[in-house]
Write a protein that binds this ligand. Structure first.
Ligand code: NAD
Length: 487
């Protein structure tokens, strides 16, 4: 493997002669060419294009890749990012299908689309240099890489999260070691192999991203504690968010959400209904930003429900809602605790939920919905299923108060449909969420139909927000003292 042919760092020798450097460059090039032509078989390599059995090996390979990337021009990062964007676009059908077949959650059309839109995730163009010049000279602030980043990815978007993290992190000059969710590990590993192969062909470096073949909680913990890992980026639910926050390393945590939607009496009801269905039905409501419960004021409540039916929703009656709730949740294990989600129903099609509710639904139904009390577990829990509870509220103040209560202070995402600026502002202030979307579906908050850029990791408890290449940089200041002003 090319990465291993460089001599060990020469301890005690401070200089490498020019001829040694030249010879090394020639040997590297020959071996790289051999590998590109298939001259070195997979068994000659220590990894499997970035897929490793041990955390130590994965970190060592990513460390070596970081060392090499540092010596290359910035253009190499842009080329690596381009490789990943191209693969995600051109191979979206195949990779999306593989992810769907492995995880068995969500919708195939959206699995494919989530890969196609990786091209919208910002790369090297997002980086910048700040400069100050004055009587005392020039100071530049550069946004420098950390090194190897430990990455945890969710089952809900296994390869898309990995690819989006790659674009941000490699653009910023880092390399990665990934512990994927065990139920989405095969597709994550396949993506890593394809990315590394293409990147190696483009810039001659492999293992910019490494991954654990059979991830466990222990391998996640080993990454959290590894001395070679400089920074963590964790995308997942409450358990992993807590574990990362307890780590001694700096962690960027993209945690869980339970996004509420408020609809007041001034809203465009057709737009509100269409937006709620679009956002909540997307990938069968697996998105962390997806609409999970609606608080609508009494004056427009019945008209809103009719509008949701017109836009692809199927309304359950009270008995069907009870049956679905019983199938989807078990009571909390201790008083005041969380209801226990039936993972078998997470991300399943509306028809599967409808069967559990004891009803047949027309083909093409996007979303199930019903009027419920606020204490229905679908309101307070992040259900990740295409069923949305609608709670009838006395007025907008009560709706906003309930939205605040049931968002559970995850600080993730909240939405409002209104034409009343005061109501929008009141809700925005109280909710204090990372994303606050007005008069559109949740994805508008990630630049899909709204302004802004896309990322699959929205850092909520740690405050970095929608992650970008700059999230994964450290500032370095360089000062030149002199009279340098040209004006
Ligand atoms: P999950 O918490 O079950 O798993 C996420 C990852 O964490 C997996 O790789 C899992 O193996 C690992 N993990 C779980 N517990 C761990 C622990 N104690 N120590 C170390 N690793 C651990 O979540 P999921 O079902 O894969 O994904 C859905 C969740 O992720 C939802 O709560 C959703 O809101 C959240 N999410 C958040 C964002 C965001 O950007 N904020 C994006 C996507 C998903």
């Amino acid at each position: 493997m090319v990465a291993t042919i460089e001599p060990e760092e020469r301890k005690g020798r401070s200089m490498v002669t020019a001829s040694e450097t030249a010879i090394r460059a020639v040997v590297e090039e020959v071996l790289a060419q051999l590998q590109r032509r298939g001259g070195l078989s997979g068994s000659d390599r220590s990894g499997d294009w970035g897929v490793f059995d041990s955390v130590d090996d994965a970190v060592a390979a990513a460390t070596e890749a970081f060392r090499r990337l540092k010596r290359q021009p910035l253009e190499s990062r842009a080329k690596a990012v381009e490789c990943v964007k191209r693969i995600c676009l051109e191979q979206a059908e195949e990779l999306g299908r593989l992810e769907f077949e492995e995880t068995r959650i969500g919708r195939l059309d959206h699995k494919i689309e989530k890969l196609q839109i990786i091209r919208l995730v910002p790369g090297t163009e997002f980086l910048r240099t700040d400069a100050v010049s004055g009587d005392h000279g020039l100071t530049v602030t550069e946004y420098a890489p950390f090194g190897v980043i430990g990455v945890i990815t969710p089952v809900t978007h296994s390869l898309p999260t990995l690819a989006s993290n790659f674009v941000n992190m490699i653009a910023a000059g880092n390399t990665m070691v990934v512990n994927p969710h065990p139920s989405g590990a095969r597709i994550a590993c396949e993506g890593v192999r394809r990315f590394n192969r293409a990147v190696h062909a483009a810039i001659g470096i492999e293992n910019l991203v490494t991954i654990i073949r059979e991830p466990t909680l222990e391998s996640a913990q080993a990454i959290f504690e590894h001395r070679g890992v400089r920074l963590l980026c964790v995308t997942g639910g409450p358990g992993v968010a807590r574990a990362a926050l307890q780590s001694r390393k700096r962690a960027i945590v993209a945690g869980p959400g339970n996004p509420p939607v408020v609809v007041d009496e001034t809203a465009d009801l057709d737009n509100a209904a269409a937006s709620i269905v679009r956002g909540a039905a997307y990938d069968n409501n697996l998105l962390c930003i997806g609409e999970k419960e609606v608080f609508a004021v009494h004056d427009i409540f019945d008209r809103l429900m009719e509008a949701v039916e017109r836009h692809g929703g199927f309304r359950l009656n009270a008995e069907q809602t009870r049956a679905l709730t019983q199938a989807a949740f078990a009571p909390p294990e201790k008083p005041g605790g969380h209801w226990v989600l039936n993972r078998e129903l997470v991300g399943k099609d509306p028809a599967v939920l409808a069967e559990a509710a004891g009803v047949r639904i027309p083909e093409g139904t996007q979303l199930l919905f019903a009027e419920t009390d606020p204490d229905c577990p679908f309101v307070g829990e992040e259900q990740m299923m295409p069923f949305v509870p609608f709670v009838r509220c006395r007025d907008v103040e009560q709706a906003i108060d309930m939205a605040y209560t049931y968002e559970r202070q995850y600080g993730h995402t909240s939405l409002i449909h209104s034409r009343n600026v005061r109501n929008m502002t009141a809700m925005g202030r109280l909710m204090d969420t990372t994303l606050f979307v007005k008069n559109g579906p949740c994805m508008a908050g990630l630049g899909l139909g709204g302004e802004g850029y896309l990322s699959y990791s929205i850092a909520t408890p740690t405050g970095e927000g929608v992650t970008s290449p700059l999230t994964f940089t450290r500032q370095r200041r360089c000062t030149l003292v002199d009279d340098l002003r040209i004006i």
